[in-house]
Design a protein. Structure first.
Lengths: 127, 284
């Protein structure tokens, strides 16, 4: 994929920076950041993205609501979504997947895992 | 058929002398043909003997040549066997090197991951001078990078020597008591300045406000200003990784200076505001 664009939706600046730091190791990637679900939707409405990575627990609009809205939007219904969750319980993962997420990452997040997932979903190589 | 009848059919005695000569002549001709035939047979025999001798010589030459070829082939096989053994040994060596490289790559990736976490934690801790933001960042690091579910930050009041919680996550308000310096695990960590890690299996640990899983002193050089207390990890986090201990070390120093700097900054801001107000009063 040529110059993929990734949207990272995460309210924690520390987590956001960690994810962005990991994703920037991918060749030619552009990472756009959003603070919450509403901000994420706003950025999705004005641009094309090849991958969305979103936290679940966020103020204003949580990640599960965002996943549901993305899947019901004709423009982005096929965009791969990775959900980042604090909970490791299987039912939470199942819920995220049933709403349309393609994969999930549980905290504490390892940048290597983020990178590997993005490579798999975007079908691109690392730096 | 009767024998005497054959005799009677094939042999008839010559009737006269001329017939006798004629028969003698026939006999001589037959004899000469027989002699010629015998001569031919002898020549053919000689030719065949010569041919046999030739073939025997050729066969012996071929046998000698064949033996030479077998020897050459055996030598070639031995050479190829040796070459194969060398290549096999080289292949095994390269395979072992490959495995070592793969293992080293995993180590480097892990180290890279750890450094990324440490860099981001350090960068974030010093990104603000706002006390509330600093404590928020410490919370994020403990939750997102270490993977703790229940934890608290307690600061030491140097006048009363009491540790009091300023931030708590995953715990109900009011569950954490104030702790006297030197009292219990948490008080001892604050007094001695050495971290505490529960030594048993994390799954077996039963935490309570005075029985933490981990307690890290917040130190500026040897001066302890408070502690980070972890009571419980996220359910998917089964044990501490090497990077967690490095993050604890980083938090012990960097979080302490970040908290201290932000507190000083807040106080100086407050004092500045008071002085500014006072100057405004005097100058108006």
């Amino acid at each position: 994929m040529a110059d993929p664009k990734i949207l990272v939706v995460e309210d924690s600046p520390t987590m956001r920076q960690l994810i962005v730091f990991a994703l920037k190791r991918l060749k030619g990637v552009t990472v756009v950041e959003a603070n919450d679900g509403v901000d994420g939707l706003k950025k999705l409405s004005s641009d094309r993205f090849d991958l969305v990575m979103t936290d679940i627990n966020m103020p204003v609009m949580d990640g599960l609501k965002l996943v549901s809205l993305i899947r019901n939007d004709a423009t982005h219904k096929d965009t791969p979504i990775v959900v980042i969750t604090t909970e490791g319980a299987q039912e939470d993962k199942d819920r995220a997947l049933s709403l349309g997420a393609n994969a999930f990452v549980t905290k504490p997040v390892q940048s290597a895992n983020i990178l590997k997932l993005a490579q798999e979903l975007l079908k691109v190589e690392g730096a | 058929m009767e024998p005497h009848q054959v005799m009677s059919d094939e042999f008839k005695p010559p009737a006269n002398k001329s017939e006798l000569f004629s028969r003698a002549e026939e006999f001589l001709q037959a004899f000469r043909k027989g002699a010629e035939f015998t001569q031919e047979l002898l020549k053919e025999n000689e030719r065949l003997r010569y041919k046999v001798a030739e073939l025997e010589t050729a066969a012996s030459h071929h046998a000698a040549a064949g033996a030479g070829n077998i020897g050459a082939l055996q030598r070639r096989i031995a050479e190829l066997e040796q070459e194969r053994a060398t290549l096999l040994a080289r292949f095994q060596q390269v395979e072992a090197e490959n495995k070592e490289f793969a293992s080293r790559y995993v180590e480097i990736e892990e180290e890279n991951n750890n450094l990324a976490n440490l860099y981001i934690a350090s960068y974030q801790l010093h990104s603000t001078l706002d006390f509330k933001e600093v404590t928020q960042i410490i919370q994020e690091i403990i939750l997102n990078l270490i993977g703790a579910e229940e934890f608290a930050i307690m600061l030491l009041d140097e006048r009363s020597n009491v540790l009091a919680p300023v931030v708590q996550e995953g715990l109900e308000e009011g569950t954490l008591p104030t702790i006297q310096l030197g009292s219990g695990t948490i008080g001892t960590v604050a007094k001695v300045g050495e971290p505490f890690f529960y030594q048993g299996e994390i799954a077996d640990h039963r935490s309570s406000p005075l029985n933490p899983l981990v307690c890290i002193p917040l130190k500026i050089k040897e001066h302890v200003i408070g502690v980070i207390v972890i009571y419980k990890l996220l359910q998917q986090k089964k044990k501490f990784a090497n990077v967690d201990y490095e993050l604890f070390t980083l938090l012990a120093g960097h979080a302490a200076t970040a908290i201290f700097s932000s507190k000083l900054y807040s106080e100086s801001e407050r004092k500045l505001s008071t002085i500014q107000g006072f100057i405004d009063l005097l100058t108006k």
